[in-house]
Design a protein around this ligand. Structure first.
Ligand SMILES: Nc1ncnc2c1ncn2[C@@H]1O[C@H](COP(=O)(O)OP(=O)(O)OP(=O)(O)O)[C@@H](O)[C@H]1O
Ligand SMILES: [Mg+2]
Length: 403
């Protein structure tokens, strides 16, 4: 593990997270203990082309976010783009609204880049625009045929090889122009498509007409208005779903293995969607991700073990008898077994190491013993979030010993 932590600032950041009882983002794999078999199973899932959505089940404080972080790290290492969206009240993203989900996914997109990664939609659009050029030059790893169809032989005038017309228009504008007016509009539009349903004129003027010196879109202007080429809503959010699939396809055609989407706090759909029909729509979106028909990348949903029961109960209480309840029973699920004492004790070593790197000293043997007994106590008494309590108190022992 030491090799991965290169300096004391990084080590301190890891400790800050552990003190709060949250996963050490970016270095989760080095801090993961548990059943090897289960983790191997997860690895298999990540390379299985026929596997789509997965519910990740764990109790409060016992490893949901940790698993998502682990998957994120693994996916990036496999050269996949990844987006992790937290669905709590603060994020303002509702799962019945595919336009909001799409925006949130794009805003948080993380892509592998050399030895590191890059986060944010700008990087994602830059990557795709550059990929189209690399494909034109027939660089290795870039699918020349695919990009030639997307861009109509790099004329970018008109093509329907991407299923999402608005995504094509946005990417084309990004690739054509680096004016800040154009780019800010593209970023804002894709981040918050819901704010643009009455601003089609602005989109059309800036992203199509205003860029005529770069490309000439032959379609009559009414098409942009009447056929909603500039709206992500309508027709069951068709353009949002197809935009996700288009992104996945474009990544694959540009040397990545695809695109994975991770949703943390997914149980939010049960508490923050006021109306039952909104919740129903959210469940449908979940099932659509499960089928892989609309989006063939991988998706992960973190929930507590009682999630499915709660969903059914809420639907029944509202008299939704026509709903197909069996779909809930068919949801592919992964549950990491709760960590045992012996596994939690394995965390002593990496925690000690990271503390030593952060504060440049050597931890005394007695302190290590004290940590072990604290973890033992915490794992015996605390019930649900024993992993979190054990880790927090172990770091606490080290912090106290330094003072
Ligand atoms: N398999 C594991 N190996 C090592 N540490 C783990 C493991 N699972 C969880 N942890 C650690 O336990 C703590 C709590 O885990 P995590 O934050 O993932 O729980 P959670 O289920 O997301 O909690 P909440 O319900 O509050 O969102 C974190 O510090 C995390 O790194
Ligand atoms: Mg969590």
């Amino acid at each position: 593990m030491k090799a991965e932590i290169t300096n004391s600032r990084q080590a301190e950041r890891v400790l800050e997270n552990l003190r709060k009882g949250i996963p050490p983002s970016g270095l989760v794999e080095s801090f993961t203990v548990g059943r090897r078999k289960e983790i191997d199973w997860l690895d298999d899932h990540l390379v299985d082309d026929e596997a789509y959505a997965l519910l990740l089940k764990a109790n409060y404080g016992s490893g949901k976010s940790h698993l998502l972080e682990l998957i994120r790290e693994k996916a990036l290492r496999r050269q996949s783009a990844v987006s992790l969206v937290v669905l709590d009240g603060r994020s303002g993203v509702r799962f019945n609204r595919m336009d909001q989900i799409f925006g949130a996914i794009l805003m948080r997109m993380q892509i592998p880049a050399g030895r590191g990664t890059k986060v944010g939609m700008e990087h994602c659009l830059d990557f795709l625009a550059e990929a189209s050029e690399k494909a034109r030059r027939k660089e290795e790893g870039y699918d020349n045929k695919f990009w030639s169809k997307v861009t109509n032989d790099w004329k970018w005038d008109y093509s329907e090889h991407l299923k999402s017309a608005p995504l094509f228009i946005a990417l084309r504008a990004w690739a054509a122009s680096d004016s800040s007016k154009v780019r800010e509009l593209v970023l804002d539009w894709l981040s918050f498509p819901q704010n643009y349903y009455t601003k089609r004129k602005e989109l059309y003027e800036t992203l199509v007409v205003g860029l005529r010196k770069h490309f000439r879109d032959p379609r009559p202007d009414q098409e942009f208005y009447r056929d909603s080429l500039l709206r992500f809503t309508g027709n069951g959010y068709f353009y949002c779903w197809s935009a996700l699939e288009d992104l996945h396809r474009m990544f694959v055609a540009s040397g990545y293995t695809g695109m994975a989407i991770l949703f943390d706090e997914f149980e939010d759909v049960l508490t923050n969607l006021g109306r039952i029909d909104y919740r129903e729509a959210a469940f449908w979106n979940l099932f659509r991700f499960v089928s892989g028909d609309r989006f063939s990348g991988k998706t992960f949903f973190a929930v507590t073990p009682s999630f499915v029961e709660k969903c059914k109960l809420q639907l029944m209480e509202k008299g939704r008898w026509d709903f197909d309840y069996s779909q809930f029973d068919d949801l592919p699920t992964f549950a990491m077994s709760p960590l045992r004492k012996s596994q939690l004790l394995q965390l002593v070593k990496p925690i000690v190491e990271v503390h030593e790197i952060a504060y440049d000293y050597e931890v005394a043997k007695e302190t290590v013993e004290e940590m072990r007994s604290t973890i033992t106590d915490a794992s015996t008494f605390a019930v649900q979030d024993r992993a979190r309590q054990a880790i927090k108190s172990a770091v606490g022992v080290l912090d106290d010993s330094l003072e």
